[in-house]
Design a protein around this ligand. Structure first.
Ligand SMILES: [Cu+2]
Length: 150
C-alpha cells in the first residue's frame, strides 16, 4: 500500500469511528431533550446586525434555552457555530412560529433582514465555541464572537 492509500485508509477509519460517536451522542441528546425541564426554559435574544451579535452568550450547562436569533440589520447574516451545535442537545429550530425543523445537529443558520429563527436546546458540554458570519468579510468586520457554556 502506498503512503497516500495508507493515509486514506487511516482517514476512513477515523471518520468511521467519529460517525459512530456522533450517532451515539445523537441518541443521548434525544434522551436529554426528552428529560429536560422545558418549564424552566430561559430565553436568550441575539440581535444580529452590521456587524455584530449583540447578546450575552454565556450559558449554563444543563439549562434549557430558546435562542432567538433576530436580524435587525439591513443585510442577511449567518449564525455559524458548528462546534457549539455539536455540543448541545437540540430539540428543534422554529421559524417565525410557522415551521419547525428537527435535526440532531446544525452547522449554520442564515437569518434574512427582519427575520427571526428560534433554536430550542439543552446546553450540555462546557467550553468556548466560536460563532461567526461567513458572508463576504463580515467576520473580519466584527461578526466573530464566542458562546461560553459554564
Ligand atoms: Cu454577516
Amino acid at each position: 500500500m502506498n503512503k497516500r492509500l495508507t493515509k486514506l485508509a487511516v482517514a476512513l477509519v477515523i471518520s468511521g469511528a467519529s460517525l459512530t460517536a456522533v450517532a451515539e451522542s445523537a441518541k443521548e441528546y434525544q434522551e436529554m431533550v426528552k428529560n429536560a425541564d422545558w418549564d424552566a426554559m430561559k430565553t436568550v435574544t441575539v440581535n444580529i446586525d452590521e456587524f455584530s451579535y449583540d447578546a450575552n452568550l454565556t450559558l449554563q450547562a444543563g439549562q434549557t434555552y430558546k435562542l432567538e436569533m433576530k436580524n435587525i440589520g439591513e443585510k442577511k447574516h449567518y449564525f455559524t457555530a458548528p462546534e457549539f451545535f455539536k455540543n448541545i442537545a437540540t430539540r428543534k429550530a422554529q421559524v417565525n412560529g410557522q415551521a419547525e425543523i428537527k435535526a440532531d445537529y446544525f452547522n449554520a443558520f442564515e437569518i434574512l433582514p427582519g427575520g427571526q429563527l428560534d433554536l430550542y436546546f439543552v446546553a450540555h458540554n462546557k467550553g468556548e465555541f466560536p460563532v461567526y458570519c461567513t458572508i463576504d468579510n463580515h467576520r473580519e468586520e466584527g461578526m466573530d464572537d464566542l458562546i461560553v457554556v459554564n
